[in-house]
Design a protein around this ligand. Structure first.
Ligand SMILES: [Zn+2]
Length: 301
């Protein structure tokens, strides 16, 4: 009996360890890449996001727990375009995991999967947090398709034994997302040309897809908090423009936004940009939330 217990105690952890080892440990900066990786990788992946959905992804506290997560990762998915350049590099160095260093087999800069929008010249000297171009590309669902394809391809390369299942899951995801995009575009079509002001330029890719027109931002430069004088000037500028909405993320304060909304007549919309914010559970949920905020009717789920 004693031998049997000893036998079980020594075998079970090894067995469980083998099962756990079989999964690709995906670590992502923003939760959205993780949500897509989970749908495409299914039981073959575990996913951990470094950025909380309610947190400003430009400014993250480089805690040791994040370094430990990167140390154990098989695949690191980053937004790139300098979104994480203020906090990720020291974590990557400290994590001492060669698999997920830039250029490693387990490092994927997701901005290489999309076609960036041309934002014109940037001015680093004045504190622009988008020196590498606008990195908020994941809330255009057409980029969601590209992200799924690229992440799926990477997962298949890292786990060739399950490549067939991952391919099936990827095809199902792409098929479902294409269907939803058709529905969203139909609902957005009557609203093309809607004029909006944004708090931070998180919405540029969404606005481009939706066909909305951006009339300005409360932040004088991306990453520089709005000041009353700039907000007053913006209200002056757009006075005759019939701006319908002011859009902002839930992680920014609403004090000046409320002033802007009241004085300009624009409706303030506080919306999620990342999976997990405001009760969203999937990538589809986030885009649905955005589309339904501007089109009163709900669509297919
Ligand atoms: Zn930004």
């Amino acid at each position: 009996m004693r031998f049997f217990i000893f036998f079980i105690l020594s075998i079970v952890p090894t067995f469980l360890g083998t099962i756990a080892e079989a999964e690709i440990r995906v670590v992502t900066t923003i939760p959205d890449f993780g949500a897509i990786a989970k749908e495409v990788g299914g039981p073959h992946v575990t996913v951990q996001a470094l950025v909380k959905p309610t947190q400003d992804p430009h400014f993250v506290d480089a805690k040791p727990s994040l370094m430990i997560a990167i140390n154990r990762a098989d695949l690191l998915l980053v937004t790139g375009m300098d979104l994480e350049s203020g906090w990720l590099p020291p974590l990557l160095t400290g994590a001492r995991n060669s698999r997920v260093q830039r250029g490693g087999t387990g490092y994927l800069d997701c901005s290489t999967l999309i076609v960036p929008l041309d934002m014109g010249p940037v001015d680093r000297a004045r504190g622009d947090v988008h020196p590498g171009g606008n990195p908020h590309y994941w809330i255009d669902p057409r980029n969601g398709l590209r992200l799924a394809q690229g992440i799926g391809k990477k997962l298949m390369a890292l786990d060739p034994d399950h490549a067939r299942d991952i391919r099936d899951r990827l095809d199902a995801f792409v098929h479902r997302l294409k269907g939803r995009i058709a529905d969203w575009e139909k609902r957005l079509a009557p609203h093309r040309g809607t004029k909006v002001v944004v708090y931070h330029e998180s919405w540029t890719y969404f606005l481009d897809w939706a066909g909305f027109t951006a009339m300005g931002a409360l932040e004088p430069k991306p990453g520089i908090p709005p000041k009353p004088a700039h907000v007053a000037e913006l209200i002056q500028q757009i006075q005759t423009q019939r701006v319908k909405y002011l859009i902002q993320e839930s992680y920014y304060p609403t004090r000046l936004s409320s002033v802007f909304a009241e004085k300009s007549g624009a409706e303030l919309k506080v919306l999620p940009t990342m999976v997990g914010a405001d009760g969203t559970c999937s990538y589809f949920d986030v885009i649905e939330r955005l589309v339904s905020a501007f089109t009163k009717s709900g669509g297919i789920k």
